[in-house]
Write a protein of this length. Structure first.
Length: 85
């Protein structure tokens, strides 16, 4: 059994792209910042698009990374540890 983790950390700059799911007209191609990212809802990311105050929810397949932010040190350390049997 695998534990899913949030795909992108908060603060990551992203561009919205068309995926399998339909999205609102005029949103594809716009850029924004990930502001809601949770391990409890790994398939939903809240993005504040540039020029808007409201937060829109997207699935990871609808976003392409423009600029990554480093993960917190404890998350990086966890990635280096071997998995338990």
């Amino acid at each position: 059994m695998a534990i899913e983790m949030a795909r992108l950390p908060q603060g990551t700059r992203v561009r919205v792209r068309q995926a399998e799911l339909p999205i609102e007209a005029g949103v594809a191609g716009r850029t924004g910042t990930v502001v809601v990212s949770s391990d409890y809802a790994a398939q939903r990311l809240g993005v504040a698009l540039d020029g808007e105050q409201r937060i829109r929810m997207f699935v990871p397949a609808e976003l392409e990374v423009v600029q990554e932010v480093p993960l917190p040190p404890e998350r990086e350390a966890a990635k280096r540890r071997p998995a338990l049997p």
